[in-house]
Design a binder for this molecule. Structure first.
Ligand SMILES: O=P(O)(O)OC[C@H]1O[C@@H](O)[C@H](O)[C@@H](O)[C@@H]1O
Length: 269
């Protein structure tokens, strides 16, 4: 991958170019992060105390304009999956603008905005990095919309993973039926399902990397759990599925009204 520094914005924030994609980099005492302006897409986050990235990014990611980045936190908006074309909405392949930032000793706040062709605001996303990462998405379109913070978590080994605090009733998108599943949930095959977010936070227990990630879904109606296993997936190698799990904070069944927010707070335990 070709990368070059375009501009140092503050001592902690800089603009780079990764192949075809402009990327905002954060390098601060609270940790490091990388956010592509295409999609306002956070694809790397390492809190200062953490040796491993919290997020998974495909090792074959091409950073190509118009192709959604495979990994990190794509923002699916204004629709989820194939409710429209392109899949998961246009937000993740649109260029957003860095519209505000605030840096202090213990906290960095970055805000990105998405505008229409008429230069009207459509959506905003705010990232607050401390030892945790809190993300707040706001819908500003007139119409209500679906949205998902489609987080790819990096894990040591998908087979040594347990997901805690999910309900036992789920909508299986593969069979298009509701079914009962165990909780805690382990993953040993292609999984694509939608849970109700009624129980709040999901805990990802990674028994290989020996870490727990707490995923607090804020104002979400649904949680999507996805791992493609051997199913060929664009932008992912044949073995990519082994080190990732998607736990997505979403508003699929209950759409976001104009002005409404969806968020996620990610912390390591
Ligand atoms: O390949 P895409 O468009 O990024 O989607 C990846 C997956 O995203 C998940 O959220 C969906 O539940 C899956 O059905 C989908 O396959």
């Amino acid at each position: 991958m070709e990368s070059k520094l375009i501009k140092q914005i503050t001592p902690a924030i800089s603009l780079h170019q990764y192949n075809e994609i402009p990327v905002i980099k954060l390098n601060h005492a609270v940790g490091q992060a990388e956010i592509a302006l295409q999609g306002a897409h956070l694809f790397s986050w390492k809190p200062a105390y953490c040796p491993q990235d919290v997020l998974w990014l495909s090792e074959i990611e091409p950073f190509k304009l118009g192709t959604a980045i495979r990994g990190g936190i794509p923002i699916c908006y204004p629709w989820f999956n194939n409710a429209g074309t392109p899949s998961h909405g246009f937000a993740r392949i649109s260029l957003w603008q860095l519209s505000d930032y605030e840096v202090s000793a213990e906290k960095v706040q970055l805000e990105f905005s998405l505008f229409s062709e008429q230069r009207l605001i459509i959506a905003k996303i705010q990232f607050v990095f401390t030892g945790e990462c809190e993300i707040t998405f706001t819908n500003y379109a007139e119409e209500n919309a679906q949205a998902a913070l489609h987080t790819y978590f990096r894990v040591g080994d998908i087979r040594q993973l347990e997901l805690y605090n999910l309900p036992t009733r789920v909508f299986n998108s593969l069979t298009q039926t509701e079914e009962n599943v165990p909780s805690p949930r382990t993953i040993g095959e292609l999984v694509d399902c939608v849970y109700s977010a009624e129980l709040g936070a999901t805990l990802i227990q990674d028994n290989q990397l020996n870490r727990k990630i707490n995923v607090e879904h804020i104002n979400a109606s649904d949680i999507v759990v996805w791992n493609p296993w051997h199913k060929p997936t664009g932008g992912m190698s044949e073995t990519g599925y082994q080190t990732m799990v998607c736990v997505e904070s979403a508003r699929i069944n209950k759409r976001l009204n104009s002005g409404e927010r969806l968020g996620v707070k990610i912390s390591l335990r």
